[in-house]
Design a protein around this ligand. Structure first.
Ligand code: UDP
Ligand code: GLC
Length: 385
């Protein structure tokens, strides 16, 4: 099956990293069309996945945009739609991986008469999106998509609650290649030395820097933990959240935590960095649609504490394969960190258990088989030629 994948982003967020794994098996007969250029294109190229940047200018609609702003952007995307329709005629299926890709993909599916699949990586609720954007996404998915793949039960539930058709949506979790997450003890030792974190109890946070990812919650918690507890903030402000970055630095200075927090920026050696941490913290203040970092921590054999909402609840069973804390409650987080510091052996056993479960549950080969089975069914259900 020949697939035209569409993604609006030039930057490698979780949805984009997930797309790399999905597109890989189709790379000799697929194209990924991007609406902006950036390092995501390079990552696709490194993975030998054909990619083309289809738009020269980013589409100016944000998650909170109004209808008028949305309509204005229609003129802007007309040339892009023409290009996508043109490309789509050579493929069997259009696979929209983001919301703007859904808008363009829906129209392209109409004009090119190719079936549309929408991979839903978001929780479509007013906490994350404007009413207008929600309505557009739901209506387009209901009207044009043969299949919606939700990245979690939480994303599926929000879709249905917002008026999405329950008969077209299936939940498929992100897949991961377990062997990528194995790091040797000597590499860990070397990295710890390089980062100057030997002998510390390091809590790692691996997310883009954005208010709802809640890095500030970890910093507040840190102040309540014993002094040997330090934090690594791995990730960058991918979508222009510079004010938040400044706020974080200010908060650290005001709390006198400069020696206990390190910012590493965006990194591509996540497995190694996670392995160099004693605990991985996920602190999103709004429900996380899925939460790749939670699974990655498990695959690295590191204990994980996550904010109890959205997809995280489907990934973590408190006390069995990790810890859950109330979103936004830094005191609870500080307590879990302190428990992990004191009960190293119990938490290590839990992390080993989590690693074994996650390696099976999220194995990319199995997940890709599930996707392939669904796609073949929907592509053949709706003959295009
Ligand atoms: N990530 C990365 N480099 C960084 C920070 C994060 O490669 O410096 C990766 C991380 O390992 C994860 C993804 O970015 O695979 C983030 O996905 P997640 O689902 O956790 O959150 P999102 O940003 O998509 O909301
Ligand atoms: C989105 C979500 C994140 C999820 C990722 C992959 O970026 O914010 O929670 O893990 O997609 O599905």
């Amino acid at each position: 099956m020949k697939i035209l994948f569409l993604d609006q982003s030039g930057k490698p967020g979780g949805a984009e990293l997930c797309l790399i794994d999905i597109a890989k098996p189709y790379r000799d007969r697929a194209l990924v069309g991007l609406f902006t250029d950036g390092s995501f294109r390079k990552l696709l190229e490194q993975n030998h996945i054909p990619v083309e940047v289809l738009a020269t200018q980013a589409i100016q609609v944000r998650k909170e945009s109004s209808l008028t702003q949305g309509l204005k952007s229609l003129g802007q995307i007309a040339p892009l739609i023409t290009k996508v329709v043109n490309r789509a005629s050579k493929y069997d299926l259009i696979y929209a991986n983001t919301q703007k890709a859904l808008v363009v993909g829906a129209l392209a599916s109409l004009f090119s008469r190719r079936p549309l699949v929408y991979h839903l990586h978001d929780i479509l609720s007013q906490e994350h999106f404007s009413q207008t954007n929600l309505r557009i996404a739901i209506n387009l998915a209901n009207r044009f998509a043969s299949l919606v793949i939700a990245n979690s039960q939480a994303s599926k539930t929000a879709f249905v609650q917002a008026g999405g058709n329950p008969n077209i949506i299936k939940v498929i979790y992100n897949g991961f290649e377990p062997k990528i997450y194995k790091t040797s003890e000597s590499d860990i030792k070397q990295l710890k030395q390089k980062l100057g974190i030997e002998g510390q109890f390091v809590v790692g946070h691996f997310s883009r820097l954005a208010p709802w990812k809640g890095q500030h919650i970890l910093i507040t918690a840190l102040a309540e933990c014993p002094p040997q507890v330090t934090a690594l903030l791995v990730g960058d402000a991918l979508f222009g959240e510079q004010d938040y970055v400044q706020q974080l630095h200010q908060q650290i200075a005001e709390m006198g935590l400069e020696n206990r927090v390190k910012f590493l920026g965006f990194r591509s050696d996540i497995p190694q960095l996670m392995a160099a941490c004693e605990l991985v913290a996920h602190t999103s203040t709004s429900p996380e649609p899925f939460g790749r970092v939670i699974v990655e921590a498990m695959l690295c054999g590191r204990p994980v504490v996550a904010a109890k909402a959205g997809g995280a609840i489907e990934l973590v069973e408190h006390g069995i394969n990790g810890f859950l804390v109330t979103p936004g409650k830094s005191q609870e987080l500080a307590q879990v960190i302190t428990t992990c510091l004191q009960e190293v052996e119990t938490t290590a056993t839990m992390a080993k258990n989590a690693q074994a479960i996650a390696s099976q549950r999220f194995d990319v080969t199995t997940i890709n088989q599930q996707i392939a089975q669904l796609l073949s069914q929907y592509a053949s259900d709706q003959p295009t030629r």
